[in-house]
Design a binder for this molecule. Structure first.
Ligand SMILES: Cc1cc2nc3c(=O)[nH]c(=O)nc-3n(C[C@H](O)[C@H](O)[C@H](O)COP(=O)(O)OP(=O)(O)OC[C@H]3O[C@@H](n4cnc5c(N)ncnc54)[C@H](O)[C@@H]3O)c2cc1C
Length: 315
């Protein structure tokens, strides 16, 4: 049996978890075994039933507000043992990464992350994963009977059906005795950078923090999160948690706007899993244009207000 790990944020199943559900169910079909899901968080049943659209017809729902990965990993292992789970598939997120790592140790399972497509199943179980910050791929054979797979964002094209999942409430006890959360508060902005469907990021081309309202206005109009290049956070124009790249946050939104960012390899390493890259830069030779799907050669100070106005009109 395969277990799909489902993440919930703000009462909604995250898109990456639909990708996990779809891959889990397709893999189960290929292997001739069954699939089920486990979801943690707070969400209405109607939201969880949608997981069935992606082929997972039964979901154990752990209705909890705890975000302590240690406690959640224990429940995953308990369910995995109960249902004789051989393969667990996780979405890519900080929280899921931590849980997947703990689960793999507790279950003595092989773990592989950044998986970018459906595994090949035959005499060997072969997984394709991205390596070197997305610049290359490696095919890896997993020989352990128990496997933990972490799926890269945007690796699966969703093809929903109208099937609904049945939801079973977890009847066990959610322990919180080891670590207790006293308070949680969001960093900045309404949308978390790592979860955002759209990101508007600014670089040194914005000239200073006093101009960031241009980035924020476009982000607000698009319903996007804001990011920045490393020098921008190093100079304290923006907080460090917004720094995107090899040494910062890695993002994989549907659209990534790079405004006044040159496109250094270290920045691109954090954005190259995005579906569509848009570069706005005065310099037609800026390296970002080589990576971008769309490019606007021009001054951010002219273009950003126009894009913001145009977005507001369309919306
Ligand atoms: C070990 C290491 C790790 C690193 N990790 C990261 C990382 O994780 N993330 C990261 O971002 N960087 C990282 N860097 C730094 C990286 O190499 C680049 O220096 C950095 O990304 C450049 O930032 P930038 O594009 O904002 O600035 P610049 O390179 O100065 O580019 C500014 C761009 O703005 C354009 N511009 C100027 N005025 C305007 C205007 N009015 N309108 C539109 N465009 C304009 C310019 O043409 C230029 O292309 C790392 C470097 C090292 C050595």
């Amino acid at each position: 049996m395969i277990l799909a790990y489902i993440e919930i944020a703000d009462g909604e199943v995250k898109k990456t978890s639909y990708e996990v559900a779809q891959m889990s169910s397709a893999l189960a079909l290929k292997m001739g075994i069954e699939v089920m899901g486990i979801a943690f968080g707070k969400a209405d049943t109607s939201k969880l039933e949608v997981i069935g659209n992606y082929g997972v017809s039964k979901v154990i729902f752990v209705n909890t507000e705890t975000t302590i990965n240690h406690n959640l990993a224990e429940i995953v292992v308990e369910i995995a043992n109960k249902y004789k789970i051989s393969t667990l598939i996780f979405p890519k997120s900080l929280m899921a990464d931590a849980i997947a790592a703990k689960v793999s140790i507790k279950m003595n399972a092989a773990i592989i992350n950044n998986v970018s497509e459906m595994p090949e199943v035959g005499t060997d179980f072969i997984v394709k994963r991205s390596i070197y910050t997305g610049k290359a791929f490696a095919k890896v054979s997993l020989n352990s009977p128990k496997k933990v797979i972490s799926l890269r964002k945007n690796a699966i094209k969703l093809t929903p059906t109208s099937q609904k999942a049945s939801i079973e409430n977890y009847s066990g006890f959610v322990s919180s005795n080891t670590i207790k959360i006293k308070e949680t508060s969001k960093a900045t902005g309404d949308i978390l950078l790592t979860d955002a469907e759209i990101v508007v990021s600014g670089g040194r081309g914005l000239k200073g923090p006093e101009n960031w309202h241009l980035i924020e206005n476009l982000a607000k109009a698009l319903g996007a999160a804001t990011g920045c290049s490393k020098p921008v956070s190093d100079m304290d124009w923006r907080p460090h948690h917004e720094h995107v790249g090899q040494t910062g946050v890695k993002v994989a939104p549907n659209i990534y706007f790079a405004v006044g960012i040159s496109g250094a390899i270290q920045h691109l390493a954090g954005v190259n899993s995005s579906k569509v890259l848009v570069a706005i830069n005065t310099d037609p030779e800026a390296p970002f244009f080589k990576a971008a799907d769309y490019g606007i050669i021009g001054d951010a100070f002219d273009i950003l207000p126009k894009l913001t106005e145009a977005t507001k009109k369309i919306k």
